[in-house]
Every structure is written in structure tokens, then in C-alpha cells.
Design a protein around this ligand. Structure first.
Ligand code: NAP
Length: 481
């Protein structure tokens, strides 16, 4: 069944084919079948989209904040009304189970509601400077046309987390979604149109030629802001491209989350937290727990209990009700997980659950628990991006904090302990942007999401999410006497 969504580029309020007529296939990872063809933009189309964003910039920047807020609010309501339709669309292009897709629709919509509320609270300032002779007036203005680049793992929410604050701030945009999952972005663009977003404010270019399409925009001098979510490797490349014309950049990059279970943890809570932190989105999340450090005295029991729970999860096509674990995004994603598990096993890891690729179509991989994992294993220094929990043991707090921090990434860490002192002390010592304390879920539109070190720059969501799309102007004037 072909999904009922526009499959063209949205440029200046018009849905268009790519200038050279190119299209690209979108495949269902559960079956390997092509479910749609969408326009495959080239640099010429990207230039048109940029022109449209630049043309719309001035008027949109001066639109009343209340009007911008109400567009977001309407779009929030439309998304929620269409939860089932959008969830099915997302599952068909990305694979996640329908229940998770419905959860993502609610999460994605919430960014629009949150930023509809922030749009009318953009503040400035007024004061007398310390010398007493001068005043300052602070005002805030949109940063200008933005390029938004999103990954495939949360096809709707990664887009709304950027589009919401950009609309609230009064910025225009060119959105380039991941080629595996363009349909959810096209659906959200059509919903914003329906909600009254003026032509040219949001332009969408779907493409299989990301580098050719994006680089000229970043080097061209008219795009003033890049908001990127994706791998650290691509983030670095884009930062270098931003340097030419000093484009402001926010970067939500990869992670290598440590999950710490102390000897005084409530193991029921820790296993529940581990399931969420590991299995949300089949492990294809930047926040996924990648390295489980469990105190030696409870590691055996924790491993057995986690293996029992993970081994009981139902694997299958995400469209089937009752399925807990859908396919991985594509054959390359699955091959990477297989290789990481094989490497860990060669280095001495024991398989407590899963570990074997099933026969048949689709990119399925079973929930897998490995114990006695060697610190030298490749999966310790790589985002697994799959349903594999790798367990190592530790003996004392200083040692585990040092090992947890021994990575170039710093997105999120999880800490499980019943001791308040230890909970706060260890959380504060972790070099991460976010901590889940006795919980496996940190993502929330009301909280600032982001990492330190090579996990990124800036924050999305929360009160500060809109700041990424605003500039200050400071006006100095003498105090009249
Ligand atoms: P990716 O390969 O870095 O791709 C992300 C996006 O960047 C895609 O749209 C991709 O398009 C595009 N891209 C790649 N090369 C580009 C270039 N030279 N110029 C412009 N755009 C380019 O990452 P992914 O595999 O889609 O997503 C998984 C990664 O995202 C993981 O590392 C994960 O941790 C991270 N992530 C981070 C967060 C966070 O908030 N911190 C959230 C979700 C995911 P093409 O595929 O066409 O190259």
C-alpha cells in the first residue's frame, strides 16, 4: 500500500518534482519492499528552497508571536488527531512497533505545543550599566534562514524538535530529512501548511545526495544557522563547512551511554530502566545504554533477570499489534550489530540471550544480552545502535566513574542506586549532558536535551531550546540627566 502523503519537494509553498525529475525509493525495513518513491532533490532544488526561505524571512520575522504560536498549536492538535495515521506511516518507513510509533507521535506533537507556549514569552531586557551613565536595551531577533538536517531514527520528533522552536522564534527553514524516512517529514510539512504556516517558511528537500545539496547552502552565506542531528562523524564535517561563513551551529550527535548499577540498587527498578534505556526504538537511539557497568556483587542476578526479560520480547514487523521489537533500519545497520556481537564473543563474552540473526526477509535482530564483556571489545567504543546489552562488572565508585567517562562522547548516563548521597555525587561526576537517575528515560520536550564533549553543541527543548534560534541585540544609550 502506498502511503497517502505528498511525495514531492515543498518549495515556497508549492509541491514540486525535482528539477531533473529524479526520485528515490523508500523501503519498508520489515519486508525490504519499496513502499513509495519521493522526489530526489539536487543542488538546483536546494538553491530554490534556500531562495524561498530567504524571501519569506523578513515578513515572517515580523509576524506577531501570537500568530506564530497559534499555527504551532493548531499543528499540535492536527498531529494528535491523526496519531494512528502518522504512526502507521512512521512504522512503514522506519520499522518501529506501532505502540512506540504512537508514543513518538505524542512526543513529536508536544514540541509544537511547548514552543507554541514559548513563542509568546521571548523576552528582552533593560538596565543601567555599572558606570551609571549608560543604559542598555536588550532585544531578541530570529537568527535568520536555517538549515535543519535530521536522522532516520525518530523520523517525526527530530523534525518537530527543530521546526517548533524555529517557527516560534520567527526563522524560516530548509529541512533535509534522512533519505530512509522522508515520508514523516513530508506529512508534518503538509500539516503545518494546513495549520496556516505561510509559504516559504518551511521548505522541505528530500534527497539521496546530502553532501551535494547541503554544502553549497552552508558555504553560500545566506543560511545563518545549522541545526543538525546525526552522527558525530557527519557533525564534524558539517562544522567545518559552517566555518567558511561562520554559520551558527547546534549539533545533537552520537552517544555511548554508560548505565551504572550499584550494589544498593533496587534490581527491579534497574532491570525495568535497562529495558527502556536499551530497547526503546530497538536500541537505535542516541540515548541508548551502550555500556552496562554492574557492581560485581549483583552482576550475575542483574544479567539473568535482564536476559529473561529481553529474551521474552516479541520480535516481528512493527505493524503487527503485540510486537515489541521491530526490524533494524537496513541491512548495513544489522550487519554492524552482528559484527560487534561477533567481536565481543571472540574476546570472551558469554551470550545470555539472543545473539543469532533469524532467517527470512526483513532486517530483524533479536534482543541480546552479553556478559563478561571485555573492555577491549569494539562495542565499548562504538554506538551499537541495536538491541544488544553489553555487561561489564566493577568494584568501586571511583573506578566506575573513571571508566564511564573514558569516552569522547557525553550525551547521557544512567545511575541506579538507592543512596541519595551516592546518587547525587555520581551524577555530578559523570561527564554528560543528561542523567537518568533510577530511570531509563530522559527525553522530554520540557527539558533541555543535549550532550557535552563530542556528543554535541547546544540544547533542544526546554526553556532554552528557542535560544538556539534567537540572537541578542544590545543597544547602548546615555542616561539623560
Ligand atoms: P548520519 O549518518 O550522521 O545522518 C544524519 C543526517 O545527516 C541524515 O539526514 C544524512 O543524510 C545527513 N548527512 C550525512 N552526510 C551529510 C553531509 N555530508 N552533508 C549533509 N548532510 C549529511 O546519522 P544517522 O545514521 O542518520 O543517525 C544516527 C546517528 O544520529 C547516531 O549517531 C545517533 O546517536 C545520532 N542521533 C543523535 C541524537 C541526539 O539528539 N543527540 C538523536 C538521534 C540520533 P544521508 O543519510 O543521505 O547521508
Amino acid at each position: 500500500m502506498t502511503p497517502d502523503v505528498r511525495k514531492q519537494l515543498l518549495i515556497g509553498g508549492t509541491w514540486l518534482d525535482a528539477a531533473d525529475g529524479a526520485t528515490m525509493a523508500v523501503d519498508d525495513p520489515a519486508t525490504g519492499e519499496t513502499i513509495a518513491h519521493v522526489a530526489d532533490a539536487g543542488p538546483k532544488d536546494a538553491r530554490l528552497a534556500e531562495d524561498a526561505a530567504v524571501r519569506a524571512e523578513r515578513e515572517w520575522a515580523h509576524t506577531a508571536p501570537r500568530a506564530r504560536s497559534e499555527i504551532l498549536r493548531r499543528a499540535y492538535e492536527i498531529i494528535l488527531d491523526r496519531t494512528d495515521q502518522l504512526a502507521r506511516l512512521m512504522t512503514s518507513e522506519m520499522g518501529k512497533p506501532l505502540a512506540e510509533a504512537r508514543g513518538e507521535v505524542a512526543y513529536a506533537a508536544e514540541f509544537f505545543r511547548w514552543f507554541s507556549e514559548e513563542a509568546v514569552r521571548i523576552d528582552g531586557g533593560h538596565g543601567t550599566l555599572p558606570d551609571g551613565r549608560n543604559r542598555m536595551l536588550l532585544s531578541r531577533r530570529p537568527v535568520g534562514p536555517c538549515l535543519l538536517i535530521t536522522p532516520w531514527n525518530f523520523p517525526l520528533a527530530m523534525g518537530t524538535r527543530k521546526i517548533g522552536p524555529a517557527i516560534a522564534a520567527g526563522c524560516t527553514m530548509v529541512l533535509k530529512p534522512a533519505p530512509q524516512t522522508p515520508l514523516s517529514s513530508l506529512a508534518v510539512a503538509a500539516i503545518l501548511e494546513e495549520a496556516g504556516l505561510p509559504d516559504g517558511v518551511l521548505n522541505v528537500v528530500t534527497t539521496s545526495r546530502a553532501g551535494e545539496v547541503c554544502e553549497p547552502l552552508l558555504r553560500g552565506g545566506r543560511i545563518r544557522k545549522l541545526s543538525f542531528t546525526g552522527s558525530t562523524q557527519v557533525g564534524r564535517l558539517l562544522l567545518a563547512q559552517c566555518a567558511d561563513t561562520v554559520v551558527r551551529a547546534s549539533m545533537e550527535l552520537g552517544g555511548n551511554a554508560p548505565f551504572l548499577v550499584f550494589e544498593d540498587a533496587d534490581l527491579d527498578v534497574a532491570v525495568e530502566g535497562a529495558l527502556v534505556a536499551k530497547m526503546r526504538n530497538m536500541g537505535e537511539a542516541c540515548t541508548a545504554a551502550n555500556r552496562f557497568f554492574v557492581h560485581r556483587s549483583v552482576a550475575g542476578e542483574f544479567g539473568q533477570r535482564l536476559a529473561a526479560r529481553m529474551g521474552a520480547l516479541v520480535v516481528g514487523p512493527g505493524t503487527q499489534e503485540g510486537v515489541d521489537v521491530g526490524p533494524l533500519i537496513d541491512a548495513a545497520g544489522r550487519a554492524k550489530v552482528e559484527q560487534l556481537v561477533a567481536d565481543a564473543v571472540e574476546r570472551g563474552a558469554r551470550v545470555l540471550a539472543g545473539g543469532r540473526t533469524p532467517d527470512g526477509p526483513g532486517c530483524f535482530y533479536p534482543p541480546t544480552v552479553l556478559t563478561d564483556v571485555s573492555p577491549e571489545s569494539r562495542l565499548m567504543a562504538t554506538e551499537i545502535f541495536g538491541p544488544v546489552a553489553a555487561i561489564l562488572t566493577f568494584d568501586d565508585e571511583d573506578e566506575v566513574v573513571r571508566r564511564a567517562n573514558d569516552t569522547p562522547w557525553g550525551l547521557v548516563g544512567y545511575v541506579f542506586t538507592e543512596g541519595l548521597d551516592r546518587a547525587l555525587r555520581v551524577s555530578e561526576r559523570l561527564d554528560v549532558g543528561m542523567v537518568g537517575l533510577n530511570t531509563g528515560l530522559v527525553s522530554n520536550p520540557a527539558a533541555p536535551f543535549g550532550g557535552v564533549k563530542q556528543s554535541g553543541l547546544g540544547r533542544e527543548g526546554g526553556r532554552v531550546g528557542i535560544d538556539e534560534f534567537l540572537e541578542y541585540q544590545y543597544l547602548a544609550m546615555p542616561v539623560a540627566r
